[in-house]
Design a protein around this ligand. Sequence first.
Ligand code: MCN
Length: 778
Amino acid sequence: MQQFGIGQSVPRFEDGRLLRGAGRYVHDIDLPGQAYAVIVRSPHAHARVRSIDTSGAAALPGVVAVLTGADLAAENLGSPSSSVKRNRPDGSPMFAPVHPILARTKVRYVGDPIALVVARTLNQARDAAERVEIDYEPLPAVVSGVEAVKPGSAAVWDECPDNISNVWQVGDRTAAEEAFRRAVHVVRRRYVITRVHAQYLETRGAIGHFDIGEDRFTLYVDCQYPHRVRQLLSQVFRVAEQKVRVITNDVGGGFGTKGWQYPEHRLVLWAARKLGCPVKWVCDRSEAVMADEHGRDNVTDAELALDAEGKFVGLRVQTLAAIGAYISSDRNLLPTFANVGGLVGVYTIPAAHVQVTSVLINTNSTAPYRGAGRPEATYVIERLIDDAAFELGLDPADLRRRNLIPSPALPYKTALTFTYDSGEFERGMTLALEHADYAGFATRRAESERRGKLRGIGIANAIERAAGPGLEYAEIRFTPAGTATLLMGTKGQGQGHETTFKQIAAEKLGLEPKDIDFVDGDTDKVAFGIGTYGSRSTVIGGTALVRAAEKLIAKGTTIAAHLLEAAEADIRFDHGRFVIAGSDRAIGLKDVAKAAFTPDKLPKGLEPGFYESGTFSPATDTFPNGSHVCEVEIDAETGQVEIASYVVVDDVGTVINPLTLKGQLHGGIVQGIGQILMERVAYDHESGQLLSASFMDYAMPRAVDVCMMSVVSNPVPTMHNPLGAKGAGEAGTVGALAAVMNGISNALSSVGAKSIDMPATSEKVWRAIRSAKAGQGP
Ligand code: MCN
């Protein structure tokens, strides 16, 4: 194993640059002659726009233009839309209203863009934005999915009075009904999964530039899929794809919701072309919760059927997914259906049926957010198992063990869409329980109780689909000096891609990292790409890279045989050297690369040059899985929850870099802890006002809110890609929501208190304990 190869804990190459402040984010880029854009957003959740008066704003010093939906309508731009096919309950096609970029007649959420102000300086643009006069007629609003489907609720769209965009089902309803008829026990619960915001360190931004000479757009943007942004923009502006360049440099977090389509991307390009100068928009921190897509927001009614031995025989789930006011792309619906397979978890549940109703409400749209339905699915099944164990008086670990899919049963086709190819679910849970000292919990609980504290332990066995079918691209480009550049179609947002991909290249080609450069995120430099989401980059991008490396080795073998005057069949590639088998005669890859650019040194007919690309499109998903155990201690006097310990035993197949993998799991788990303990996008139910638009109101976890985490690997490589790797970027969050809440519920149950819904704020926890003390327990 080499120093920088696969499996090594290589510190991230990008960190030196980033920690010295030498990263390049959208905020850092300024183009000559650039103007600044500020977006006027709706202060109402729902209102009719009676009139917009831009004259006062336009007259202010430095103002270049004040543009509205009426100006936009004159341009005949194309519009993105969702390709997902769904129906409403009556069988008619789904109602999927597209975001208009700038609203003209009605606004439908707090933050809905309504005008674009462009000025010479940012402050001039801000001042002018305040002078745009809009006469609104406020309308009744609805900001909860449960409320929105009640008869008589306010309608987000007159054309869709029941607010139901679409209904989707999966599984076998009849088989599930039969299982429930035969069941000895049925456990029913409602689980609420709150709406959250990604709160990236780098708020979004975009700079539009239009080159009149080249008749070409350039967009600088922080996004996850530059090539798809280019594709969409070419459709919107009705130009050939090569007439748009998208440049994404460093990205300070994306977490799914920086995806690929936002109105601001179109607005800055449109304004740049119209006004003849580059236009920069940078989202204010206090604008971000209004401007960005949100995550989650489900209310789920779930039922688990068990036989007399505690074996699961059936699962039924009904979810109301509150998706916001608009559906402008597949992204907005994806979390409602793509990952419901996770609802049957790692268990032998023979019959299952799921129905998801997507409900329109007066909020931003939802989109994939770290897990995109996976943490929600795991939350439901793992909470339900704990509630079942409580109701039946069983140990939660024991109930799980009775129902885990045994390793010899793999590949295992579940009752809900997924077929798991590999994994050791029982061993994973056993290891996690050992590392968490599950057996010693009773002693620790007694010790906490002596100090007047409540203690709880929660288990969650997580499984998810990651790196699903879809293409990715990689290129390895050598210089005539024998050094190389990797050009990747994926786009890192903080995952450590430079390090991961250099490790894969170093492993396959035997190169030193100092001889490898790394490029991603520029559609002019990288020929093709799909992007980074769904924990796919390592598996799919990494395999594309392996394929490019294999092509170079094949060409290098021909060149080496010629240079060494040996038969090609006798050449072996070994750690960066082409060796004549059974001899000590060899030539290094660098020298072969140099020779590749010197026609005299090449066999007759061989094309000079040393650059190859590779693509990979897996036939099926990978199924990373893990067992999480979280222990909490609760101060009964204040309701404050402390995360006492956290253990995860994870299977992401072949681990490329144990260090960055740990970072991914830590970050993912903290996002889960944050959602359970404190995070929430809150709205006022009467007015539809956004109540948590700043860090004064939107609580985020800090170092003191988490604990040291123990990450243990139990890798079971998959056979579905040559690396044997499974996705890892979302794994931490997928299990964390359920593990933390199970720990809290377990602690609350020790004093007879009822379970609560997230976020488990100290007030809610304290009230639950107080009610129990007053004799109103579960
Ligand atoms: N890794 C590994 N071995 C594996 C798989 C992964 O060592 N078998 C490590 C590698 O270092 C790799 C990293 O984990 O670079 C993430 O790999 P992968 O699972 O391929 O995920 P992606 O690179 O495709 O990243 C996407 C994923 C998603 S979907 C979200 S959401 C998320 C996440 O990554 N957003 C993030 N992690 C994030 N981390 C940061 N810092 N910022 C975000 O926005």
